[in-house]
Each structure stands twice: as structure tokens, then as C-alpha cells.
Design a protein around this ligand. Structure first.
Ligand SMILES: Cc1cc2nc3c(=O)[nH]c(=O)nc-3n(C[C@H](O)[C@H](O)[C@H](O)COP(=O)(O)O)c2cc1C
Length: 189
């Protein structure tokens, strides 16, 4: 029987023997103040972001989910970070393939942003895409895309903090899709 830690179903990191990791213990200890979740959403909803669809592909086909918590992390080395929920059905597949593509949506792709925010095994129906060098789907008409190898995932409360090393990237045409205060919008300079 192995004593190595890893990720349990749903992506929860576990230590040897299924114990909580020190990281999880630390986060729980520090979460002492009671924060109203609705207020937290309302306040942090004021942080406008772009919208990404993070994809991968395995023997069961393509998978992906809409992800706001996606960003550049490091220049040298080139790293990106995204935060999948522990409830995400796509995350365990990325954890297995160890590769993913962050597709940054353009303002013409709001419908995709909505579809990929659902739980369905038919999200890719009628969606144009091509496999990148890692096999991960690059969505047609994405504003930009970045293909990565998964390096590590850390505890992030009810989410994980996943870090990927950039392997390939590109840009398309158009303007970004924006998410602000719970709704989709457009960028105006
Ligand atoms: C604009 C927007 C941003 C989102 N950002 C995230 C995110 O950063 N992380 C996350 O886990 N889910 C995020 N979601 C929710 C997921 O897209 C949603 O839970 C989806 O059903 C997950 O799909 P999966 O379970 O097939 O992976 C976001 C949804 C929307 C509409």
C-alpha cells in the first residue's frame, strides 16, 4: 500500500492515509472570521475579468468548463494559473491528462460561456474546435488561447489552485468577453 498523498475523487488533495494535508489544515485554521457569502460574492463581483473556457481531451472525448479565475502567473518561466472548483467534472480529467488549453473568449462567444458553465456531456455539440499540440481543444474564434502542461495543484478552499506551464499559444480576432457583477458584458475603451 502506497503512503504517497494525492488527489481524491473530486480533486481534494489528501495526505498519506487520506489525512488532510498541512495546507488544508492551515487554510481552515486561518478561516476564523465569519464572512457572509452573499456579501463576499457581491464585493468580489466588482472585479471585472475576462472569461476563459479551460479544455482538455481524453479517451472519452473533449471536456471543458467556463472559468473566470484564469490568469497569467509567471513570465519566466511562463506559467498560468486557474482555479477549478472541487465539484468540477472537468478537473479530474485535466488532472489525468496533465494538459489543458485556456481559451479566452471573445465578445461573440457569450453563448459558449454559458454552455460551458453547465454540467453536461454534450457541451461540445455544434462547437467548432481543433486539437492543439497537446490534443486539448482550441475553440474556433477564441480571442486567444494558451496550451499548457499541468505542473501542480494546491489547496484553495472549495477550489484548487492549478498551475500550468505554457507550451503553445496564439491569438485570434475580436474583442474580449467580460464578466462583471454576475453578468456578461463587453469591453469599451
Ligand atoms: C462567468 C463564469 C465564470 C466561472 N468561473 C469559474 C471558475 O473560475 N472556476 C470554477 O470552478 N467554475 C467557474 N464557473 C462555473 C463552472 O463553469 C460551472 O460550475 C461548470 O458547470 C463546471 O463544469 P464541469 O463540472 O463540467 O467542469 C464559472 C461560471 C461562469 C458563468
Amino acid at each position: 500500500m502506497t503512503e504517497l498523498g494525492g488527489f481524491a475523487a473530486g480533486g481534494r488533495p489528501v495526505g498519506p492515509g487520506g489525512r488532510q494535508t498541512d495546507e488544508q489544515d492551515d487554510l481552515q485554521r486561518r478561516s476564523a472570521p465569519t464572512i457572509d457569502t452573499a456579501r463576499y460574492r457581491e464585493v468580489l463581483g466588482h472585479f471585472a475579468t475576462g472569461v476563459a473556457v479551460v479544455t482538455t481531451a481524453d479517451d472519452d472525448g473533449p471536456a471543458g468548463f467556463t472559468c473566470q479565475a484564469f490568469n497569467a502567473l509567471s513570465l519566466e518561466p511562463a506559467l498560468v494559473v486557474f482555479a477549478p472548483s472541487r465539484m468540477s467534472l472537468t478537473w479530474p480529467r485535466i488532472e489525468t491528462t496533465r494538459v489543458f488549453c485556456g481559451n479566452i473568449l471573445s465578445e461573440s462567444q457569450e453563448a459558449l460561456g454559458r454552455v460551458f458553465a453547465t454540467k453536461s456531456d454534450r457541451k461540445f455539440e455544434g462547437v467548432g474546435w481543433r486539437p492543439g499540440t497537446t490534443g486539448s481543444p482550441i475553440l474556433h474564434d477564441a480571442l486567444a488561447w494558451v496550451e499548457c502542461r499541468l505542473e501542480v495543484a494546491h489547496d484553495g478552499g472549495d477550489h484548487l489552485v492549478a498551475i500550468g506551464r505554457v507550451l503553445d499559444m496564439g491569438v485570434g480576432k475580436g474583442h474580449p468577453l467580460v464578466f462583471y457583477r454576475g453578468g456578461f458584458g463587453r469591453f469599451e475603451a
